[in-house]
Ligand binder design. Structure first.
Ligand code: FAD
Length: 288
């Protein structure tokens, strides 16, 4: 099923994200973690695409497995900036052949040793969106950044480029993680004002370790509210307590989002079935 259809049929959705293995060595353990999450029967699961594209075949394979053998709708991520056009088209053919109907079209992060930009086949996700549309048959999603993308100096420009991506054929958006819902509400107001009307899925990261949050903030510059910092300060050195507190914080965030009309929630579950399960349990009477 295409996600645009799912969003029409279900008032609220809860989905989980998993990532493929970096190499063949841990393929089985990663596959089994994704299967444990699939057994929770979420509305859909997304499978990321390794930076640089080297593990793209695993993304296809894991997406296929979840859909074919567990009956969970798959959303396969696909990046373009570090790929050649023929690789992207090959991947599109593989995804079609695997029965995948949904793609999250991304630019990907720029690799430090990337070739001269004039030699790149793609510069922005909107170019990939246009090509997937030309290929035909897929429901296409894209990423958005409530706090602005790190490379973007002004959020006004970021929103203008987001509108171009949607106009190119992007049918829904998934947000980067955020820890303060007011940032999302403000962003939604601004993108709606800019004429972006597609469904926006809120990406929520249950933080289960103090190191994890330090890494995330260094990479993405995500704002941490004082309330959240206090939790990390107090429980960061006690792994089990930090995990429980991180899941509780994410749950509270989700309940507030739902209470304010943000109905589609995507959990960055990081291949951790126990985290996905606990979040789902906490919301069992809220999202069905
Ligand atoms: P774009 O939409 O192309 O935007 C990138 C930057 O370019 C922005 O600053 C934008 O404002 C600017 N821009 C866009 N168009 C123009 C233009 N015409 N002129 C000038 N500037 C422009 N990475 C992976 O490697 N694999 C994954 O699976 C993956 N999954 C992700 C899932 C989500 C939900 C999110 C939020 C991110 C994900 N990422 C993933 C990270 C993503 O690849 C990076 O954030 C990347 O830097 C930007 O990708 P994008 O698709 O948002 O790019």
């Amino acid at each position: 099923m295409k996600l645009t259809q799912l969003f029409k049929e279900k008032t609220e959705t809860l989905s989980f994200e998993v990532f493929p293995p970096k190499d063949g060595k841990n393929y089985d353990s990663v596959k089994s973690a994704t299967e444990e999450i699939a057994k929770l029967n979420p509305h859909y699961m997304s499978v990321t695409y390794g930076a640089g594209g080297g593990t793209g075949e695993y993304t296809v394979e894991i997406s296929r497995n979840l859909q074919e053998n567990f009956g969970v709708i798959s959303l396969a991520h696909l990046t373009c900036v570090n790929s050649k056009r023929e690789v992207v088209w090959k991947r599109l053919r593989q995804l079609r052949e695997a029965g995948i109907e949904n793609i999250l079209a991304l630019r990907g992060d720029l690799l430090p040793d990337a070739a001269d930009p004039s030699e790149w086949d793609y510069h922005y996700a909107s170019e990939l969106v246009s090509e997937i549309r030309e290929f035909g048959g897929f429901c296409i999603g894209g990423a958005c950044y409530p706090e602005g993308h790190v490379e973007s100096e002004h959020s006004k420009d970021d929103i203008r480029h987001l509108k171009e991506k949607v106009d190119a054929g992007c049918q829904f958006l998934t947000t980067q993680m955020f820890f303060d819902n007011n940032i999302l509400y403000n962003f939604l107001y601004r993108i709606r004002e800019a004429g972006i009307t597609v469904p926006v899925v809120a990406g929520i990261m249950p933080v289960t370790g103090a190191n994890q949050i330090k890494r995330i903030c260094q990479l993405s510059g995500t704002y941490l509210p004082q309330r959240f910092k206090a939790i990390v300060d107090r429980f960061g050195s006690e792994p089990a307590a930090m995990k429980q507190a991180g899941i509780a914080y994410a749950t509270e965030q989700i309940i507030d989002l739902l209470a304010n009309g943000v109905n589609h929630i995507h959990i960055y579950s990081m291949n951790k079935p126990e985290v996905a399960e606990q979040v789902q349990k906490n919301l069992s009477e809220i999202i069905r």
